[in-house]
Design a protein around this ligand. Structure first.
Ligand code: SF4
Length: 146
């Protein structure tokens, strides 16, 4: 049901924008997937903290989108104020930065390798897989006791 996975499939496979090459093995290795998850969650936490700073009045709203956690792209034209307080807008700018960056990363690996290479190290996918493993481990333990 994930729209991003479908997007890479449609653009990569149907529109033939993917080279279809095998990705290097390290991309699907445990250390890389969990390392990327940790990095992503740290960046998510930073984004939430920046939102809190604006909420608490110690930070000001930055009307910029940060691509690849490095390049600040001015995005002032997209926001001229709203009914909501500034911290809501700060959250939106931060969240949009994160989502746009990860989508661009997904497109880069889609082009270089197979269509859904992003899915092999997608933080959401890694977490979902972890939950499934954890649940299955519980079921295995239950079976052992039966
Ligand atoms: S791994 Fe991530 S991008 Fe891929 S389908 Fe799952 S949630 Fe979507």
């Amino acid at each position: 049901m994930c729209g991003r996975g479908q997007l890479f499939w449609v653009v990569g496979r149907n529109l033939k924008c993917s080279r279809g090459k095998q990705a290097p093995r390290w991309i699907s290795s445990k250390w890389f997937r969990y390392g990327f998850l940790l990095f992503f969650m740290t960046m998510f936490g930073t984004m939430v903290f920046n939102t809190y700073l604006v909420f608490a009045g110690t930070g000001t709203l930055k009307k910029a989108i940060k691509l690849f956690w490095t390049f600040g792209v001015p995005w002032k034209w997209a926001y001229t104020g709203s009914l909501f307080p500034d911290w809501v807008a700060q959250f939106a700018f931060g969240f949009y930065s994160l989502m746009l960056t990860s989508t661009l990363l997904g497109f880069i690996v889609m082009f270089l390798y197979k269509e859904r290479t992003w899915c092999t190290f997608c933080p959401m996918g890694t977490m979902t897989q972890g939950i499934c493993k954890w649940k299955n481990a519980g079921k295995m333990e239950e079976k052992e006791y039966e």
